[in-house]
Design a protein around this ligand. Structure first.
Ligand code: HEC
Length: 127
């Protein structure tokens, strides 16, 4: 019976997810900022302004986390480092989302991508 065969794995998955909730720290299931201090380099900071139309704190327009501090960039979202996700999202042009996509030049996109690829190194902040 087709319905039964589909149901069993689903039931097992549901059980696994419920079981995980008890043991796994909740931060792996959503956004968890990293406990680091340090400044975002000013030339990165200015380019992140486009992102911060949504990735503010608190985030706007459905963005799942802020991109305000170094700890946000080095933190994890659903278990994967935000900087890695950001590099991929920039390369695939998934980010920035419309209508702000036109506000990021190719050069700025490349600049941000390489900074995220390096994991978000500290630099001299603005001012
Ligand atoms: C117009 C609002 C908006 C702007 C501007 C924006 N984002 Fe997002 N971002 C979102 C939303 C909404 C999501 C969730 C999308 C989803 O999961 O379908 C998201 C998700 C993400 C994710 C998670 C993708 C994943 O791996 O699941 C990353 C990383 C990200 N944004 C980085 C950026 C960066 C970097 C910029 C700037 C270059 C940026 N965003 C600009 C709204 C925005």
């Amino acid at each position: 019976m087709r319905a039964t065969r589909a149901f069993l794995p689903l039931a097992a998955l549901t059980f696994a997810l419920v079981a995980c909730e008890d043991e796994t720290p909740t931060e792996t299931l959503a956004f968890a900022p990293a406990d680091v201090t340090g400044e975002i380099p000013c030339d990165v900071e200015t380019r992140l302004a486009v992102c911060r139309n949504c990735h503010s704190n608190p985030p706007q327009s459905g963005a799942p986390f802020p991109l305000m501090k170094l700890g946000d960039v080095r933190g994890t979202y659903n278990g994967k480092v935000v900087a890695e996700r950001a590099a991929s999202a920039l390369t695939s042009k998934f980010m920035p989302q419309a209508p702000y996509d036109k506000q990021l030049s190719d050069d700025d996109r490349a600049y941000l991508t390489s900074w995220f690829r390096m994991g978000g190194p500290i630099g001299a902040g603005c001012k």
